[in-house]
Design a protein around this ligand. Structure first.
Ligand code: 5AD
Ligand code: FES
Length: 361
């Protein structure tokens, strides 16, 4: 029996165990990935849930050094979908029986934007007769705003911590209050206290990031008791400050493998959470998301942003499917999930079992 087999058979994991899992290669890696898939099937079945992703605006007040739509990138054509377009996209998700949508945008902390989002959440709930679950992913906001949206009907929130190494966090963000690690952490705590199913995540293969950092990220998810995780490879974007470190990154294929190892390891560590197969996986490998599903992920976020705008929401380059229309995505996904031995949870919210367990009275 190899060391890897011994580690994955344990019921709790130290930082060094996790680091060893993330470092494994060849046969050992294949065994880890297989085990991630097995644990998923055992604890959450082979269902894959869809969240129709609506990237409704790329206008952003933040200036993260890695992100293609950062405020300072003047070559981005900025857009903001009309309410009509957003409601239309939500109707499409409902017609496809996706069960849930994610409303995502750049960060905007104006009160007008907060009220607009509340109204949209209410309208989407109304038009889908309560069928669609709504996840928001619109950045750091004041606690009362999070509460207002929760009361309007949103019940999940995604806010990636990006990295839990605070020194690394400072290297990849400008030094100001808008980009403060503790502020982001406070937001995650506020979201959880309000009652949201709370999701976070990190980028994998950032410049200066170590295996120890990633192992620590996994422990953070566990210690926080997070309900959902979305994490994917860091992909360089030529119009961002981090691009100058492109020669110091792990080769792209290694970043991809490391992302799969992160998913499998997290699944072994947290058996009942929802784990998304990030779109960034598909930017590296055409079957990237399906491979993510095979090793432990159970959520896919098909992009249902109207085709016209997809080219302008480029957090990273080589983003997949930017020339498709939403209707083309559906048939494509059905076939892809079948290939990954998954079954689509049509018409279901697909809440994380972890959330259900932790809120049971
Ligand atoms: N590569 C990969 N992921 C990125 N994100 C932003 N820029 C990049 C990039 N260059 C991710 C961040 C953010 C999410 C919306 O997209 O983790 O939280
Ligand atoms: Fe921060 Fe896009 S500007 S993730």
């Amino acid at each position: 029996m190899s060391n890897i087999d011994e580690i994955i058979a344990q019921s709790s994991f130290s930082l060094s165990d996790l680091e060893q899992l993330l470092r494994c290669e060849g046969e050992d890696m294949l065994r880890l990935l297989e085990h991630g898939g097995r644990i998923k099937n055992l604890y959450s079945g082979n269902k894959v849930y869809f969240r129709g992703l609506i990237e409704f605006s790329n206008i952003c007040q933040k200036d993260c050094f890695y992100c293609g739509i950062r405020h300072s990138n003047r070559s981005v054509q900025r857009y903001n979908l009309t309410d009509q377009e957003i409601l239309e996209a939500a109707r499409f998700a409902d017609e496809c029986n996706f069960g849930s949508i994610v409303l995502q945008s750049g960060e905007n902390s104006s009160p007008a934007s907060a009220d607009r989002i509340s109204k949209l959440v209410e309208q989407i709930k109304h038009q889908s007769k309560g069928r669609l679950g709504i996840t928001l992913s619109v950045g750091e906001q004041p606690e009362p705003v999070y509460r207002q949206w929760f009361e309007a009907g949103a019940h999940r929130y995604l806010l990636r911590i990006e990295t839990t190494n605070q020194t690394l966090f400072r290297k990849i963000h400008p030094q100001n209050l808008l980009h403060d690690f503790n502020r982001r952490l406070d937001c995650l705590h506020a979201l959880r206290a309000i009652g949201y199913q709370t999701g976070t995540g990190v980028m994998i293969g950032l410049p200066f990031q170590t295996m120890g950092d990633l192992a620590q990220d996994l422990l953070f998810f566990q210690q926080f008791g997070i309900d959902m995780v979305g994490m994917g490879p860091y992909l360089e974007h030529s119009q961002t400050p981090l691009y100058k470190f492109r020669n110091e990154l792990l080769p792209i294929q290694k970043r991809f493998e490391l992302s799969l190892k992160m998913i499998a390891t997290l699944r072994i560590l947290m058996k009942d959470i929802n784990i998304a197969a990030a779109t960034a996986l598909q930017a590296i490998d055409p079957m990237g998301r399906e491979k993510g599903i095979k090793v432990g992920a159970n959520i896919i976020m098909p992009n249902i942003t109207p085709g016209l705008y997809r080219n302008d929401y480029l957090l990273y380059e080589n983003k997949p499917c930017i020339d498709e229309e939403p209707s083309q995505c559906k048939g494509c996904l059905d076939a892809r999930i079948a290939m990954a031995d998954g079954e689509i949870g049509y018409g279901e919210w697909g809440d994380s079992l972890h959330f259900k367990t932790r809120t049971k009275t």
